[in-house]
Design a protein around this ligand. Structure first.
Ligand SMILES: *Cc1c(COP(=O)(O)O)cnc(C)c1O
Length: 378
């Protein structure tokens, strides 16, 4: 079978680096995490980077930072706080909102991009908004300039600027207006999970838009304790409690080993996607998603919208090709029953969206086989 996902591991370099950490006797909180952060900051072009034990931890911390900053403004009284988010994503995007004791207010999905519908987002911003979560789904960047204009208008209207957390978990290597994600004024989360373009085995990071948020995030990823303080003699104080979200040195060593490789592999995802963009265009019963000129996607997977999805998936499985719907629409889960709302954009695509393999592991023969199988009909 041609898999939908694969692990991008730089074998010998990762083995050597991990061996170095194991021999060093410093498995956590050593110098390798700091080194990894330095290199990540250079790649992104923003030095305000903190490495974490998962992307989900990054969202948990990012939402917490945003919601506290809103609470500190003290203008919202007793209204229950809510976070605006998209239901077309991995559950890992949305459950950290609930874990922060906040409600999810679902925003509709743009059928053209499969990202959050920015018009519906603008309609739903209100004094109850504590934060906004957007996802660069499959690695296709959200229109961040339009988003900024929406925040500008919200600020004029409501007297506060909602903070945005960008879920870049699938978007390592993606750019918007020639800049890597992580540079557009929002809190950004990346995942370095096993199946992501850049992997540490398990890990993630937050990229912060200003020094104040960076300092808060840095302190609160490890219990709120200043790691430079004299802890032996109790000469430290925790003014704001924090989490246990630190990355460890083993993970950072794996990440360092895979950085160069990840950049090369994302290029191959793009080349394969360009092939499908051409080959699958005009296939009856299949619709492709938007490609705007001002952004470059990372194509974690390749999304298509098809008629008779079960039959499409069966046909490809019979031809040895793995496809998946990846996640159920998050608003359909019973744990969020109380938050359900009508979402016509999502309704119009949720039974048609399916993801096909596009990654570096495809040979030219594989991708031609996938295109031919689809073009033959299902
Ligand atoms: C992988 C993923 C996450 C979670 O990241 P972890 O590093 O596994 O915690 C969150 N959101 C999206 C969209 C993801 O793909």
């Amino acid at each position: 079978m041609i898999p939908l996902f694969n692990v991008a591991m730089s074998q010998q370099d990762a083995l050597d680096r991990v061996a170095g950490v194991l021999r060093s006797g410093r498995l956590e909180h050593g110098p390798i995490v700091t080194e990894f952060e330095g290199v990540l900051g250079e790649r992104i072009g923003n030095p305000r980077v903190i490495a974490l034990n998962s992307g989900s931890s990054g969202l948990h911390l990012g939402i917490d930072l945003a919601a506290r900053s809103r609470s500190a403004e003290g203008r919202h009284g007793d209204e229950p706080g809510e976070v605006l988010s998209t239901p077309l994503t991995f559950e890992g995007t949305n459950w950290p909102i609930l874990a922060n004791g906040l409600r999810i207010r679902w925003v509709d999905v743009d059928p053209a991009t499969l990202n959050i519908d920015l018009d519906d987002l603008e309609r739903k911003i209100s004094p109850a908004t504590r934060a906004i979560v957007v996802v660069h789904w499959t690695g296709y960047p959200v229109d961040l300039n339009r988003l900024r204009e929406i925040l500008d208008r919200a600020e004029e209207r409501f007297g506060f600027r909602p903070m945005v957390i960008e879920d870049c978990a699938q978007a390592w290597g993606a750019t918007y207006r020639d800049l890597p994600l992580g540079n557009h004024g929002n809190i950004c989360m990346f995942s370095f999970g096993a199946l992501k373009q850049l992997t540490c085995g398990s890990g993630g990071m937050l990229v912060l838009p200003d020094d104040d948020l960076y300092e808060q995030a840095r302190s609160r990823r490890w219990y709120g304790i200043n790691r430079q303080a004299d802890r032996m003699h109790g000469g430290y104080d925790v003014s704001e409690w924090g989490f246990r979200f630190y990355m460890n040195d083993i993970a950072a060593a794996i990440g360092l080993a895979n950085l160069q490789l990840a950049d090369e592999l994302v290029e191959r995802h793009r080349t394969n996607a360009a092939f499908y963009d051409k080959e699958l265009s005009g296939v009856p019963g299949l619709e492709q998603t938007e490609r705007a000129q001002d952004r470059q996607a990372s194509f974690w997977v390749y999304p298509v919208k098809v008629s008779d999805r079960p039959s499409f998936m069966r046909k490809l499985a019979d031809a040895g090709i793995v496809t998946s719907i990846i996640s159920r629409r998050n608003d359909a889960h019973s744990c969020v029953d109380a938050m359900s709302t009508t979402l016509p954009g999502l309704d119009s695509v949720s039974d048609r969206v399916v993801y096909i393999p596009v990654g570096w592991w495809l040979s030219e023969g594989d991708r031609a086989h996938i295109a031919e199988t689809i073009k033959a009909g299902w």
